[in-house]
Design a protein. Structure first.
Length: 280
């Protein structure tokens, strides 16, 4: 046997395609239009890629929560920055979809009914784990299905927002729980929480890791809103005011979601900052 060469083996060598399952991956695009419409392939690929990025975002968000639970704000901050870059890709992908003309989309749109992006359980997981929990969406998934089971688990788990505020609590910030508070004291508790968050910004150098984390979280939130808005504009460009394929109000419904925030208190605290508060 020549010097330096590995011993012969009967086991097949790992290949690029084998590692990434390319054969299986590119066999998953099945057009429903008959005769096949050219742009349906683009539509399928774009949305499959979205689902892959959703999977990656969920993977990263679970890791971020673990870093926060371990009191590692800078490690969490680094991974949130990765999520922001992924969100930028999600926004930019819409430009590719917009190369499709509305008339081309209408050639195969009816074949999609009653399926709808509204049914993306990974998208709902992203909302749930980020802090927007709404149990009403469970009705869109069959009881006992894997999708519903995953969402039920997410509903029961702490969110990214929960993990962030728990970290702040361990760092000496007083953030009383507002859930279950009576209406007459709720406003006072919410203001108390805001005041504590303002402290992070009043002395950003002292709490620099927490400040960086807070800013990355609000940018993550902002980018998600930008993706929602870009998606709405694309839908209106394609179908106008038509109802969605799943029977929703289409763009009209989507517009109602733009103002949903994962970290409303991080947005609210900006109204309580002043030149004096940030000059210390």
């Amino acid at each position: 046997m020549p010097f330096g060469l590995p011993p012969p083996t009967d086991e097949p060598q790992l290949t690029y395609g084998g590692y990434l399952k390319v054969g299986e991956l590119i066999s998953l695009q099945h057009l429903l239009s008959d005769p096949p419409q050219h742009d349906e392939m683009l539509f399928i690929v774009i949305h499959q890629v979205y689902e892959l990025w959703f999977k990656e975002l969920l993977h990263e968000l679970d890791a971020i929560i673990a870093r926060l639970d371990a009191d590692e704000p800078l490690a969490a901050h680094r991974l949130v920055r990765r999520c922001i870059e992924i969100e930028q890709v999600l926004v930019n992908q819409i430009a590719v979809l917009e190369t499709m003309m509305p008339t081309d989309f209408l050639e195969f749109r009816d074949h999609l009914m009653p399926a709808s992006g509204f049914q993306s359980f990974q998208f709902r997981e992203l909302e749930y784990v980020s802090g927007l929990k709404d149990a009403r969406f469970l009705k869109n998934y069959e009881p006992g299905s894997k999708e519903r089971a995953k969402l039920e688990v997410r509903l029961a788990q702490p969110t990214l927002a929960d993990a962030f505020y728990a970290l702040l609590g361990r760092r000496g910030f007083d953030l009383p729980d507002v859930s279950g508070a009576a209406d007459e004291v709720r406003a006072a508790i919410e203001q108390r929480r805001i005041n504590e968050l303002v402290r992070v910004y009043q002395d950003a150098e002292k709490h620099y890791a927490l400040f960086l984390l807070a800013e990355s979280l609000i940018e993550y939130d902002e980018m998600f809103s930008m993706w929602r808005l870009r998606h709405i504009n694309m839908v209106e460009r394609m179908i106008g005011s038509k109802t969605g394929t799943g029977g929703s109000e289409g763009a009209a419904y989507l517009r109602k979601t733009v103002d949903r925030k994962f970290f409303p208190e991080l947005w609210e605290l900006r109204s309580h900052l002043s030149k004096k508060s940030v000059s210390k």
